[in-house]
Ligand binder design. Sequence first.
Ligand code: FMN
Length: 153
Amino acid sequence: MPKLNILVGTMYGGALDVAEQVKPLFEQAGYQVDIAEQPTLEDLTDQGGVTLFCVSTTGSGDFPGNFVPFVRGLRDKSPSLTTLRYGIIALGDSSYGETFCGAGRTLDALLEEYGAVRLGERLEIDAMETFMADDAALPWVEEWIESQQLKVA
Ligand SMILES: Cc1cc2nc3c(=O)[nH]c(=O)nc-3n(C[C@H](O)[C@H](O)[C@H](O)COP(=O)(O)O)c2cc1C
């Protein structure tokens, strides 16, 4: 069974909640799903699998504290990620203006820099518009599984 790891960056649990809500959709699609709440580089899914990031933004476009070790690992080790296929769900609040979804956007740029391949577009969930992040995440994941032909079962 192929693996799908969900790497979470969260301050208040919203991004973790999204990860837990979308997990069954990937299980139904045939994946063994693990959620990493304290992610490190070792949590990136092995070759052949897919990694999903659920990352909110704090401070002024900053990464949540639990996600800082992952980003530090990326910047320190500059790994080649050419076999990594990933998706991103970024949580933010457009009332923060220019730093809207800053962490998700920075992460996306970093992964691209190291050669990883994003499948589809990044989902950005705006707390100003969407009260429950799941309401945006669940249909997006369903569509993502379809459009990227991720179903294996
Ligand atoms: C202190 C603080 C700073 C924030 N800074 C930003 C920001 O710079 N950009 C942004 O898009 N959202 C920002 N947000 C909004 C959060 O990203 C948003 O509420 C998100 O849904 C929180 O997700 P979480 O529950 O996973 O931490 C901030 C929220 C707080 C409380």
